[in-house]
Design a protein around this ligand. Structure first.
Ligand code: GRF
Length: 196
Protein backbone atom coordinates (compact mmCIF):
# COMPACT_ATOMS: atom_id res chain seq x y z
CA UNK A 1 0.00 0.00 0.00
CA UNK A 2 1.46 3.37 -0.99
CA UNK A 3 0.37 6.24 1.24
CA UNK A 4 1.16 9.52 -0.44
CA UNK A 5 1.54 13.02 1.02
CA UNK A 6 1.36 15.87 -1.49
CA UNK A 7 3.27 19.06 -0.59
CA UNK A 8 2.01 22.16 -2.44
CA UNK A 9 2.20 25.94 -1.99
CA UNK A 10 -0.25 27.22 -4.55
CA UNK A 11 -3.16 26.47 -6.83
CA UNK A 12 -2.73 22.72 -6.83
CA UNK A 13 -3.82 21.77 -10.34
CA UNK A 14 -1.23 18.98 -10.30
CA UNK A 15 -2.35 17.89 -6.83
CA UNK A 16 -5.94 17.74 -8.07
CA UNK A 17 -5.00 15.60 -11.09
CA UNK A 18 -3.07 13.21 -8.84
CA UNK A 19 -5.89 12.95 -6.28
CA UNK A 20 -8.45 12.31 -9.04
CA UNK A 21 -6.18 9.75 -10.71
CA UNK A 22 -5.81 7.64 -7.55
CA UNK A 23 -9.33 8.12 -6.19
CA UNK A 24 -10.44 4.58 -7.06
CA UNK A 25 -7.01 2.97 -6.63
CA UNK A 26 -6.97 0.31 -3.90
CA UNK A 27 -3.17 0.27 -3.56
CA UNK A 28 -2.19 3.92 -3.88
CA UNK A 29 -3.80 6.47 -1.57
CA UNK A 30 -3.31 10.22 -1.23
CA UNK A 31 -3.61 10.52 2.55
CA UNK A 32 -2.43 14.07 3.24
CA UNK A 33 -1.92 17.48 1.64
CA UNK A 34 0.75 19.66 3.27
CA UNK A 35 1.17 23.38 2.52
CA UNK A 36 3.36 26.20 3.78
CA UNK A 37 0.58 28.71 3.08
CA UNK A 38 -2.67 28.67 5.10
CA UNK A 39 -4.40 30.46 2.22
CA UNK A 40 -3.21 28.12 -0.53
CA UNK A 41 -6.19 27.06 -2.71
CA UNK A 42 -4.77 23.51 -2.69
CA UNK A 43 -6.00 23.20 0.91
CA UNK A 44 -9.61 23.93 -0.08
CA UNK A 45 -9.21 21.36 -2.82
CA UNK A 46 -8.02 18.78 -0.24
CA UNK A 47 -11.15 19.57 1.82
CA UNK A 48 -13.36 19.06 -1.21
CA UNK A 49 -11.91 15.56 -1.62
CA UNK A 50 -12.07 14.81 2.11
CA UNK A 51 -8.29 14.55 2.35
CA UNK A 52 -6.53 15.57 5.56
CA UNK A 53 -4.57 18.86 5.23
CA UNK A 54 -1.74 20.33 7.24
CA UNK A 55 -0.11 23.77 7.27
CA UNK A 56 3.54 23.92 8.28
CA UNK A 57 5.42 26.99 9.52
CA UNK A 58 8.97 27.73 8.46
CA UNK A 59 10.15 27.41 12.05
CA UNK A 60 8.54 23.98 12.59
CA UNK A 61 9.63 22.76 9.13
CA UNK A 62 13.30 23.65 9.51
CA UNK A 63 13.89 23.56 13.25
CA UNK A 64 11.91 20.51 14.36
CA UNK A 65 11.12 17.04 13.02
CA UNK A 66 7.44 17.31 14.00
CA UNK A 67 6.34 16.98 10.38
CA UNK A 68 8.37 13.80 9.95
CA UNK A 69 6.67 12.36 13.05
CA UNK A 70 3.26 13.34 11.68
CA UNK A 71 4.08 11.68 8.35
CA UNK A 72 5.21 8.48 10.07
CA UNK A 73 2.11 8.44 12.28
CA UNK A 74 0.10 8.37 9.06
CA UNK A 75 2.29 5.68 7.46
CA UNK A 76 3.20 8.08 4.66
CA UNK A 77 5.75 6.24 2.50
CA UNK A 78 5.91 8.54 -0.51
CA UNK A 79 6.05 12.33 -0.84
CA UNK A 80 5.07 14.25 -3.96
CA UNK A 81 6.14 17.90 -4.31
CA UNK A 82 3.62 19.56 -6.61
CA UNK A 83 4.50 23.24 -6.59
CA UNK A 84 6.09 23.35 -3.13
CA UNK A 85 8.41 26.34 -3.01
CA UNK A 86 10.54 25.62 0.07
CA UNK A 87 13.82 23.71 0.00
CA UNK A 88 13.41 20.30 1.67
CA UNK A 89 15.51 19.99 4.86
CA UNK A 90 18.10 17.28 5.23
CA UNK A 91 16.14 15.21 7.80
CA UNK A 92 13.24 14.82 5.37
CA UNK A 93 15.44 14.14 2.30
CA UNK A 94 17.19 11.40 4.29
CA UNK A 95 13.97 9.87 5.65
CA UNK A 96 12.43 9.74 2.16
CA UNK A 97 15.46 8.91 0.05
CA UNK A 98 14.20 7.75 -3.38
CA UNK A 99 10.66 8.12 -2.03
CA UNK A 100 10.18 11.83 -2.63
CA UNK A 101 9.71 13.34 -6.11
CA UNK A 102 9.31 16.83 -7.53
CA UNK A 103 8.03 18.10 -10.84
CA UNK A 104 9.80 21.00 -12.50
CA UNK A 105 8.27 22.92 -15.45
CA UNK A 106 11.40 22.79 -17.63
CA UNK A 107 13.93 20.34 -19.09
CA UNK A 108 16.50 20.24 -16.25
CA UNK A 109 19.35 20.82 -15.75
CA UNK A 110 18.55 24.00 -17.69
CA UNK A 111 16.20 26.57 -16.12
CA UNK A 112 16.32 25.10 -12.63
CA UNK A 113 17.55 26.12 -9.21
CA UNK A 114 16.59 28.76 -6.64
CA UNK A 115 14.11 31.32 -7.93
CA UNK A 116 13.36 29.28 -11.05
CA UNK A 117 9.67 28.55 -10.60
CA UNK A 118 6.37 29.40 -12.29
CA UNK A 119 6.52 32.15 -14.91
CA UNK A 120 10.19 32.90 -14.14
CA UNK A 121 10.99 29.61 -15.87
CA UNK A 122 8.87 30.24 -18.96
CA UNK A 123 10.13 33.83 -19.33
CA UNK A 124 13.72 32.57 -19.25
CA UNK A 125 12.92 29.86 -21.84
CA UNK A 126 11.29 32.50 -24.07
CA UNK A 127 14.17 34.95 -23.62
CA UNK A 128 16.65 32.24 -24.61
CA UNK A 129 14.66 31.55 -27.79
CA UNK A 130 14.42 27.83 -27.01
CA UNK A 131 12.67 25.65 -29.61
CA UNK A 132 11.53 23.14 -26.97
CA UNK A 133 10.55 23.15 -23.32
CA UNK A 134 8.94 20.52 -21.13
CA UNK A 135 8.84 18.89 -17.70
CA UNK A 136 11.25 17.02 -15.47
CA UNK A 137 10.17 14.69 -12.67
CA UNK A 138 13.09 13.96 -10.36
CA UNK A 139 13.99 12.58 -6.95
CA UNK A 140 14.49 15.27 -4.33
CA UNK A 141 17.77 16.01 -2.61
CA UNK A 142 18.97 18.95 -0.49
CA UNK A 143 19.39 21.35 -3.41
CA UNK A 144 16.67 22.83 -5.62
CA UNK A 145 15.96 20.75 -8.74
CA UNK A 146 19.19 18.73 -8.62
CA UNK A 147 17.99 15.24 -7.70
CA UNK A 148 18.37 12.48 -10.30
CA UNK A 149 15.88 12.78 -13.13
CA UNK A 150 13.22 10.08 -13.45
CA UNK A 151 11.14 11.29 -16.40
CA UNK A 152 11.14 14.09 -18.96
CA UNK A 153 8.64 15.07 -21.66
CA UNK A 154 9.04 17.94 -24.11
CA UNK A 155 6.87 20.23 -26.20
CA UNK A 156 7.77 22.40 -29.22
CA UNK A 157 7.96 26.18 -28.71
CA UNK A 158 7.31 28.45 -31.67
CA UNK A 159 8.90 31.93 -31.91
CA UNK A 160 5.53 33.64 -31.48
CA UNK A 161 4.76 31.70 -28.29
CA UNK A 162 4.56 34.05 -25.31
CA UNK A 163 5.64 32.81 -21.82
CA UNK A 164 1.94 32.21 -21.04
CA UNK A 165 1.66 29.92 -24.09
CA UNK A 166 4.74 28.01 -22.93
CA UNK A 167 3.23 27.71 -19.45
CA UNK A 168 0.04 26.26 -20.91
CA UNK A 169 1.88 23.70 -23.06
CA UNK A 170 4.08 22.67 -20.12
CA UNK A 171 1.13 22.40 -17.75
CA UNK A 172 -0.58 20.06 -20.23
CA UNK A 173 2.48 17.77 -20.02
CA UNK A 174 2.41 17.93 -16.22
CA UNK A 175 -1.22 16.92 -16.08
CA UNK A 176 -0.68 14.20 -18.68
CA UNK A 177 2.33 12.49 -17.05
CA UNK A 178 2.82 13.21 -13.33
CA UNK A 179 0.21 10.81 -11.87
CA UNK A 180 1.26 7.98 -14.17
CA UNK A 181 4.95 8.37 -13.21
CA UNK A 182 3.95 8.36 -9.53
CA UNK A 183 1.89 5.21 -10.11
CA UNK A 184 4.92 3.46 -11.61
CA UNK A 185 7.20 4.54 -8.73
CA UNK A 186 4.64 3.67 -6.05
CA UNK A 187 4.20 0.27 -7.72
CA UNK A 188 7.97 -0.30 -7.39
CA UNK A 189 7.62 0.60 -3.70
CA UNK A 190 5.30 -2.37 -3.39
CA UNK A 191 7.75 -4.71 -5.16
CA UNK A 192 10.91 -3.54 -3.36
CA UNK A 193 8.95 -3.49 -0.13
CA UNK A 194 11.23 -0.65 1.00
CA UNK A 195 8.67 0.53 3.51
CA UNK A 196 10.29 0.52 6.98
C1 GRF B 1 3.92 23.50 -11.69
O1 GRF B 1 4.35 24.30 -12.77
C2 GRF B 1 5.04 22.58 -11.31
O2 GRF B 1 5.85 22.19 -12.39
C3 GRF B 1 5.83 23.42 -10.36
O3 GRF B 1 4.88 24.18 -9.64
C4 GRF B 1 3.71 24.33 -10.44
C5 GRF B 1 2.54 23.84 -9.64
O4 GRF B 1 1.39 24.21 -10.31
N1 GRF B 1 6.62 22.61 -9.48
P1 GRF B 1 -0.03 23.77 -9.67
O5 GRF B 1 -0.16 24.45 -8.34
O6 GRF B 1 -0.03 22.28 -9.54
O7 GRF B 1 -1.05 24.26 -10.69
Amino acid sequence: MANIAIFASGTGTNARKIIEYFKENANIHVALVVSNKATAPVLDMADAFGIEKMVISRQRFYETEELLQALKQRDINFIVLAGFLWLIPEYLVRAYDKRMVNIHPALLPKYGGKGMYGMHVHRAVKAAGEAVSGITIHYVDERYDEGSAIFQASCPISPDDEPEDIARKVQQLEHQHFARVIEKLAGQLEENNTIE
